[in-house]
Design a protein around this ligand. Structure first.
Ligand code: PMP
Length: 333
């Protein structure tokens, strides 16, 4: 039988698909890695599984334990999925601006949710990270996943995402393009690909225009889950330990308009319904590919599905309200 013994065996080994219609004449082929095909719907299934397994091995997480994290996003879904499948309790501190759908998904997996104010700096006791840290410490058997500083995050990509791309491209990849949230994806995947290729692979960070990662002023932007913006009251920006900045050879800085337009084009012209951060990655990949030759090969990572953003990226009224709708009709065919 061609079966999986458990759901978590179905994490990873996602398809790598060539872009054919949005490439605007670029000579270098661009392939995209479809992370929404993971069973929890995003790239974060990889790190959720890896962080839980590392904590089980170290004894930090034991049977009957409680998984705690400060997130409403894809990592929460991945952790909730693994928790359900392995019988752990699961608690998430989430910012109140999180959409009702996101909260509903976490609860559907049986997770408990604590709603925290969105608009407080990281140092504040009500910030999601402070609350999650406190809940983990005060709960018997509590374990904080802490994706921003957990070495199992980049390691998951070093062990799975990187080798998959190398194998799938038969070692022909020359450029990796990825957004940077916790930095785990670009760090682990990039470090593996550089090592295995003897330094031949160039790693490109696809970053929102004002993100601090690529030297921006930290002002807000709309694409979710990537880049780093600075809360006005934050005194100290520290890079997450999951991000090793030296892995990035160059940045492509992409504005909201370009990211969101590219995400919409991917749905309408390639049949790829993906999120805004995937739009950022592909916009960057297309810029990179435009300067390359047919002997190069660009791979962009697409972290999650556009279904998470139907009321935002794919809603004309929402986009128009922000002045981000491309009224020329380009990408709206
Ligand atoms: N895009 C989306 C939609 C994500 O959920 C994440 C993870 N937060 C990223 C991009 C960034 O990935 P990483 O945390 O590995 O840098």
């Amino acid at each position: 039988m061609d079966v999986h013994a458990s759901l978590t065996d179905a994490v990873g080994n996602t398809p790598l698909v060539r872009l054919n219609r949005v490439t605007d004449g670029a000579l270098a082929p661009v392939y995209v890695k479809l992370e929404y095909v993971n069973p929890g719907g995003s790239v974060k299934d990889r790190i959720a599984l890896a962080m839980v397994e590392a904590a089980e091995e170290s004894g930090e997480l034991a049977p009957g334990g409680t998984i705690v994290e400060g997130t409403s996003g894809n990592t929460g879904v991945g952790l909730a999925m693994v928790a359900a499948q392995r019988g752990y309790r699961c608690v998430f501190a989430i910012p109140e601006k999180s959409s009702a759908e996101k909260v509903a998904v976490l609860r559907a997996y049986g997770a408990e949710v604590i709603v925290c104010p969105s608009d407080v700096p990281r140092e504040h006791p009500d910030h999601v990270h402070s609350v999650a840290t406190r809940v983990a410490a005060e709960t018997a058997g509590g374990w904080l996943a802490n994706q921003y500083d957990n070495p199992a995050n980049p390691l998951a990509h070093y062990r799975t995402t990187g080798p998959e791309i190398w194998r799938q491209t038969d070692g022909r990849i020359t450029h990796l393009v990825s957004g940077i949230g916790t930095g785990g994806t670009i760090t682990g995947t990039g470090e593996y690909l550089k090592e295995v290729s003897g330094g031949r692979v160039t790693v490109v960070g696809a970053d929102p225009e004002s993100s601090v990662y690529s030297g921006g002023d930290g002002s807000p932007y709309y694409v979710e889950s990537i880049g780093h913006f600075r809360h006005p009251e934050t005194v100290d920006d520290t890079w997450p330990q999951s991000y090793h900045p030296e892995v990035v050879d160059r940045f492509e800085r992409i504005g909201d308009r370009d990211s969101l337009r590219t995400a919409r084009r991917l749905a309408r012209e390639e049949g790829l319904l993906v999120g805004g951060s995937a739009g950022t990655a592909v916009a960057a990949a297309l810029r990179v590919a435009a300067e390359l030759t047919p002997d190069d090969l660009v791979v962009a990572l697409l972290p999650d599905s556009g279904r998470n953003y139907l009321s935002k990226v794919f809603d004309d009224t929402w986009l128009r309200g922000l002045g981000l709708l491309d009224e020329s009709g380009a990408g709206d065919r």
